[in-house]
Each structure stands twice: as C-alpha cells, then as structure tokens.
Design a binder for this molecule. Structure first.
Ligand SMILES: NC(=O)C1=CN([C@@H]2O[C@H](COP(=O)(O)OP(=O)(O)OC[C@H]3O[C@@H](n4cnc5c(N)ncnc54)[C@H](OP(=O)(O)O)[C@@H]3O)[C@@H](O)[C@H]2O)C=CC1
Ligand SMILES: CCCCCCCCCCCCCCCC(=O)[C@@H](N)CO
Length: 262
C-alpha cells in the first residue's frame, strides 16, 4: 500500500499495483512523488485503481504522520499493507561521521518506521487483517566498516519488527523484514559519493541487485511468509513465546466477558 517515490519503494509500489492494489505513496519531495505516480499508473490492470501521493517527512512529527495516514484511510479505506521503505545511508569512519548523522539516520531509518507502523497498527489489529513490511539491509545483520551509524539504525528495525510480530500475531497481522544487499537506486548512487575505500571494497564482494528484483522478493516474502535457517532455529523458542501471548490474550478476553456479565 505504501512505499517511497524512488528506488526500492517505487518498485514495490509498481509490483503491488500490478497485482491490483490501491497505492498511497509517502515521501517528502512532491515532484518526485508525481513522477513516481505517473510511472506506477502505467502498470494498471483495471480502471478503478488509484495512486495517492502524500508529502510528509515520516521521521519528524508523529502527529503529522498519524494525520496523513488518517487522510489516506478516509480516501482509500483501511491499510492492508504498510511498507516502511523510507530510509537513507551515509557512511564514513566512526570518528569522521558527524554526531548529527547518527541522530539523522536513527530518526529516518528507525523512527521513520515506528511512526507509520504505530499509526496503522490499531486498525489492523481490530480488523484482524494487515501486513507490515520493514526494510532493513544486509548491513542490518552485520555491522560493517563505515556503517557505524547506518548499521545500528538498521539493527534497530530488526528489534522493532521481531518484537512487534510477537505482539500482533494473534491478531492475524504479519510482520516481515527485508535485508537487501546493495541495490542500484538513486539512494545507492548518493551513498557511493562518500563511501570509504574499505566499505567500497567490502561492498564489491557482493554484486549489486536491480531494484525491480529486490522489490519482487520483498512483496513475495510479505505475502508468503517463508523461513530462513536462523528463523527455523529460533522457531522452538518463538513458538513457546507465542503460546504465552495467545494464552494471555484468551485470558484477557475471558475476564472482559466475565466483567461484562457480572
Ligand atoms: N539501495 C541499496 O543499496 C539498499 C537500500 N536499502 C534500504 O532500502 C530503503 C530504500 O532505499 P533506496 O531505494 O536505495 O533509497 P532512495 O534514496 O532511492 O529512495 C528513498 C525513498 O524514501 C523517501 N524518503 C527518504 N527519507 C524520507 C523521509 N524522511 N520521509 C519520507 N520519505 C522519505 C525518498 O523520497 P524523498 O527524498 O522525497 O522524501 C524516496 O522516495 C532504505 O531504507 C535503504 O536503507 C537496504 C539495502 C540496500
Ligand atoms: C546473512 C547475512 C548476509 C551477509 C552477506 C555479506 C554481505 C557483505 C557485503 C555487504 C554490503 C553492504 C550492504 C549494505 C546495503 C545498504 O544498505 C546500502 N547500500 C544502502 O544504500
């Protein structure tokens, strides 16, 4: 339902539009939004489909994000799928990065995923319908040279996503996290302008992906939840934790009924 106006987010929007979805694009720059809207609309499969654009900074003010999501829901109905793809990367040695860069990346990459998710979650839980996609990075699984600010903001997304998944599973809301490798996007080109040599050499050991290909995988994973090796090992623990959560939920429902009938 929601992505960005560029790179991976735009390709995810195209991928969903091709499957008949109504799209709301959220990003800051209005020209880029309009251009992305036009590009996405070329892929329509029926004449009822809509691409709505909303210009907002997802990392600044929660009430603003909440408002625009409310507006979008009034126009297009409740959000079935939220894709948190807004993000940015800046690399450099720890001592060379401005302190403000740590703050900025944490706001955009982490809080920029918290705010929209927080704004849609209640409706998703009530409807017992919803998918939330987070876009981390390979640098969100491994801390890499030059990425002290970026990797930590992407690790934070993983913690958020896994904890949230445990909370919302009994409500039929699914959370997925993507960990893409380097991908050929405007953001990646920007990042490459300041990459330290070491970071570049490490990055070059893995080939650069096409955003269309990454987007396709992300959408597929969001719809058919598959399990990696690590998740399988964690499965036993997660299963038992999930049953605690379910038990508490049932207990709470029971006592609410008891309160009402008392
Ligand atoms: N490309 C890569 O190599 C990889 C990227 N990723 C992650 O994937 C995501 C997308 O990356 P990519 O496609 O390369 O990025 P791009 O820079 O190409 O696109 C980013 C999109 O997010 C929007 N955006 C950025 N900041 C904000 C903000 N504060 N509020 C609202 N919208 C915002 C941008 O629009 P606008 O500027 O107008 O707001 C743009 O539409 C990021 O989270 C990135 O970290 C992960 C792994 C690899
Ligand atoms: C199980 C984990 C697999 C690990 C494979 C080894 C990866 C080493 C190279 C990683 C290159 C850095 C990717 C960062 C991409 C990114 O997020 C930025 N390009 C954003 O712009």
């Amino acid at each position: 339902h929601r992505g960005g106006s560029s790179g991976i987010g735009k390709c995810i929007a195209i991928e969903c539009y091709k499957q008949g979805a109504f799209i709301t694009l959220v990003a800051r720059n209005e020209d880029k939004l309009l251009q992305a809207k036009k590009e996405i609309e070329k892929h329509s499969i029926n004449d009822k489909q809509v691409v709505l654009c909303i210009s907002v900074d997802v990392s600044q003010d929660y009430s603003q994000v909440e408002n625009v999501i409310k507006q979008a829901q009034e126009k297009l109905g409740p959000v079935d799928m939220l894709v948190n793809c807004a993000g940015m990367s800046l690399s450099g040695k720890f001592e060379d990065l401005e302190v403000s860069t740590f703050e900025r990346l944490m706001s955009v990459n982490y809080l920029g995923s918290v705010y929209p998710s927080r704004a849609v979650i209640s409706t998703m839980k009530e409807r017992r319908v919803g998918r939330i996609v987070f876009v981390s990075s390979q640098a969100g699984q491994l801390g890499l040279f030059g990425f002290t600010a970026y990797s930590s903001s992407k690790f934070a997304i993983r913690g958020l996503a896994e904890a949230l998944q445990m909370e919302v599973k009994p409500y039929n809301v699914y959370v997925t996290v993507a960990y893409p490798p380097d991908t050929d996007t405007p953001g990646f080109a920007e990042e490459n302008k300041t990459k330290p040599l070491e970071t570049r050499l490490i990055s070059e050991t893995v080939s650069v992906c096409k955003p269309e290909q990454v987007a396709k995988q992300i959408v597929k994973d969001a719809i058919v939840v598959t399990m990696g090796l690590f998740r399988t090992i964690a499965l036993f623990y997660l299963g038992s934790f999930d049953s605690i959560v379910r038990r508490c939920m049932m207990q709470r429902v029971k006592s609410e009924i008891a309160d009402k009938t008392a």
